[in-house]
Write a protein that binds this ligand. Structure first.
Ligand SMILES: *Cc1c(COP(=O)(O)O)cnc(C)c1O
Length: 359
């Protein structure tokens, strides 16, 4: 049975990645042991961490100025780990949605937060490109893709201030100049792997600037200690790291980020076209800010929801419900979602429109 998986996270992964990671749980590399039964300090596992680190750098075209960490606590822990390590006095944030707001809430516990732009009054349907980053802030924080409302930053500011970016829902989905960022973080369960692991990419020279008398950083919260320990300060999420390695190999075999970007843009364009041209549906996001990963849409007539829900559920489409804060619909069309699933959803929307035209 073919299932079309539009889940927002945890979400679809490439079939072959799932197959190989499942096999490793049963018998890791023909060793007779499960991946879950070996030491995280064994040579076999150290090789996995090393390989995953190299793949991240290769795929993103990053040099050795950057350290790659695989931590726990989700992107949510990064909301406080970032100010813990980087905020001396004040940081600048963009308020572009639910996750950005959570990041801001945590940062306020460590110092002053300057909000350079808030999309709140427009229900986060737009991201400003006209804000000024003060040169005296410790860092600038943004969210590259707003998973819930469905907006995405297409351009990033030029600034001398370190740029910190939450890429949880669009990491490895497009080619960017990743050297413009000083810190990138992404929880794995949207486009990379299973939940319980966060990839943190840090330009090493931004660390160590907090004065000790401001705060003493607990070891698990200290990026420098994790870098020294190569992500095995404590027992990491071995399964999620291994699965990330498989996904990164899949990305590399596909031809890398520029190939995936083209595919992702194509899928998104087809779906937005249908939403714009179908009489029954609408998308509320400013066109230039529309996400290529999470496509949100609504029925113009809410009374039709029950009927539409029944229709797509019957066709083995899953995960199309909008976020519980927003309602409506959200199709998450991550790297692993095949074009044919997007085409299938479009056919269902067309058929729904035809049925109602006839009425
Ligand atoms: C899902 C998500 C988070 C939260 O991730 P957790 O791993 O659940 O902490 C943060 N930011 C963005 C943009 C997300 O999509």
């Amino acid at each position: 049975m073919k299932i079309h998986n539009f889940n927002a996270g945890p979400s679809i992964l490439p079939k072959e990645v799932i197959r190989k990671s499942a096999q490793s749980v049963i018998d890791f590399n023909g060793s007779g042991l499960s991946l879950l039964e070996i030491s995280h300090r064994s040579i076999d596992f150290l090789e996995i961490i090393e390989k995953t680190t190299c793949l991240v750098k290769q795929v993103m075209n990053l040099n050795d100025d950057y350290a790659i960490l695989f931590l726990q606590g989700g992107a949510s822990l990064q909301f406080s780990m970032i100010p813990y390590n980087l905020m001396d006095q004040e940081a600048a944030y963009l308020d572009t949605g639910f996750w950005a707001k959570n990041a801001i809430k945590e940062a306020r516990k460590f110092g002053k937060v300057k909000i350079l732009f808030s999309g709140k009054n427009q229900n986060y349907t737009h991201i400003s490109k006209h804000y000024q980053i003060p040169c005296n802030v410790d860092y600038f924080h943004c969210t590259s893709n707003n998973t819930i409302v469905g907006t995405q930053m297409k351009i990033f500011p030029k600034t001398s201030v370190p740029i910190v970016c939450d890429m949880s829902s669009d990491i490895f989905s497009r080619k960017l100049n990743f050297c413009q960022f000083s810190l990138i973080y992404a929880s794995a369960q949207k486009n990379v792997s299973s939940a319980g692991m966060t990839i943190v990419i840090i330009k090493k020279n931004i660390l160590g600037k907090i004065k000790r008398n401001i705060r003493n950083i607990p070891s698990y919260m200290d990026y420098k200690i994790h870098i020294q320990n190569k992500s095995i300060l404590n027992t990491p999420n071995v399964f999620s790291i291994y699965t990330s390695m498989l996904t990164l190999e899949w990305i590399k075999n596909k031809g890398g980020l520029s190939v995936l970007e083209k595919q992702n843009q194509h899928k998104a364009k087809l779906l937005y076209n249908e939403i714009d041209n179908n009489n029954l549906f609408e998308n509320k996001i400013h066109e230039e800010d529309r996400s290529d990963m999470n496509v949100s849409f609504f029925l113009k007539d809410k009374k039709l929801e029950k009927e539409f829900n029944k229709m797509w559920k019957k066709e083995n489409i899953v995960g199309l419900e909008g976020h519980r804060f927003l309602g409506g619909y959200r199709a998450s069309i991550y790297n692993a979602l095949p074009l044919e699933s997007v085409q299938f959803l479009i056919e269902i929307m067309k058929e729904f429109e035809r049925r109602h035209d006839r009425k």
